[in-house]
Design a protein around this ligand. Structure first.
Ligand SMILES: [Zn+2]
Ligand SMILES: [Zn+2]
Length: 387
């Protein structure tokens, strides 16, 4: 049985192709591996496992929608992964896929749905872009300028792919059907199949005079500047969707969406947990004992807070609603101020005398350490064998 992990599988790695691989490269890689590992050819149980992986990878990467899910970090075959290949889907079928299924996958048979010429105009892919923001920007929102590098509609031909004043021509090789029938001899015997017409790549039409700007693709790559409105309260890892700002499809097809993924830079003072913020403030031992008033710089204001007399080390002050605004709805997280009570490290003679008198009045026993070699240095010597 196929094992499905929570972690997205490396479908590109399984087929040994790059993330930028074209549909043809994916198909070629699959065909090569499928021939090598098909159980009819290679009865080794490990090969069968491998064959299942290869099929899963091809199922995903040959489907634009599933491939997008992979490119966005998901796994369309994972339970609840949003793909049609969940339990009961094509990916879950049988111990291995029959040879005809492979042929169908190549040549657009039953598994591929309707036959006939494929449309030149197809929807574009989604795109993703990382955006680094500092805490102030994620907390209060910002209008961030971004530069996007995607395919856009070719303005010379408006997506048609044909040079000015020219038109598509019906493919003479297939008569416009986009496919040709053929009988193939394989190791399973004769297989009759319809394969895409190689002259028109299955479109049923050819472009006798391609548009000089886009070479017939109907789209060109370009850098664009956009402004993305980041709402207050976003968090590291969140994605903002900009509808139809992704890649324009072949033949000028509807653009996919653009996802802007938020990356929050670490802050010098505050660490963020959800919408709460945490910071550390050092308080002298005397101030902790006697109580004091602190001025705390928050993200957007200054607050005066009282440290109660007798405050213990590792105490925390909570400033309500001084954290990050909630993304949806009203209100804000809290700011937690962690107090570091600091013991003085150097005392002059007067200070030491006063502190000893203070200890005496409280009946606290304090051993006298000689200036040369106190208790701790004697301990150290003992550990080092110098005693
Ligand atoms: Zn063009
Ligand atoms: Zn043709």
């Amino acid at each position: 049985m196929r094992t499905r992990n929570a972690v997205a599988r490396d479908y590109y790695g399984i087929l040994g192709v790059s993330r930028e691989a074209s549909d043809d490269e994916i198909k070629r890689a699959y065909r090569k591996l499928a021939r090598q590992f098909h159980p009819d050819v290679n009865p080794d149980p490990e090969a069968q496992e491998k064959f299942k992986d290869i099929n899963a990878a091809y199922e995903v990467l040959s489907d634009d929608r599933k491939r997008q899910i992979v490119d966005l970090g998901g796994d369309p075959l994972a339970p609840g992964g949003g793909g049609a290949g969940g339990p009961g889907g094509p990916g879950g079928a049988g111990p291995f896929v029959g040879f005809q299924d492979i042929m169908d996958a190549f040549f657009g048979g039953a598994a591929g749905g309707s036959r006939g010429p494929r449309p030149r105009t197809r929807p574009g892919a989604d795109a993703i872009l990382r955006l680094e923001l500092d805490l102030h920007e994620t907390a209060f929102g910002v209008e961030a300028p971004i530069t996007v590098d995607t395919a856009v509609l070719c303005t010379t031909c408006s997506g048609a792919g044909t040079a000015a004043g020219t038109h598509l021509a019906t493919c003479e090789a297939c008569g416009g059907r986009g496919e040709v029938q053929s009988v193939q001899r394989t190791f399973l015997g004769q297989v009759v199949s319809a394969r895409p017409c190689t002259v028109c790549q299955g479109y049923g039409t050819t472009i006798p005079h391609p548009c000089p700007t886009c070479a017939g693709d109907g789209r060109v790559r370009t850098r664009r500047s956009l402004t993305v409105k980041i709402p207050a309260g976003v968090e590291d890892g969140m994605r903002i969707r900009l509808a139809q700002q992704g890649e324009v499809g072949p033949g000028g097809g509807t653009a996919g969406d653009l996802y802007v993924e938020i990356h929050e830079r670490p802050h010098d003072v505050y660490s963020r947990k959800g919408d709460d913020l945490h910071c550390r403030v050092t308080v002298p031992m005397t101030a902790a004992a006697l109580g004091t008033r602190l001025t705390i710089k928050t993200l957007d204001s200054e607050e005066t807070v009282d440290v109660k007399p007798g405050t213990q080390p590792a105490s925390t002050l909570r400033l309500r609603a001084r954290g990050v605004p909630h993304l949806r709805g009203t209100g804000r997280g809290d700011l937690y101020v962690h107090l570091d009570v600091r013991t003085p490290t150097k005392l002059d003679a007067d200070q030491e005398r006063m502190l000893r008198e203070f200890a005496k009045t409280r009946g606290e026993e304090v051993a006298e350490l000689s200036k040369q070699g106190g208790f701790f240095s004697r301990m150290r010597d003992a550990f080092n064998g110098h005693a």
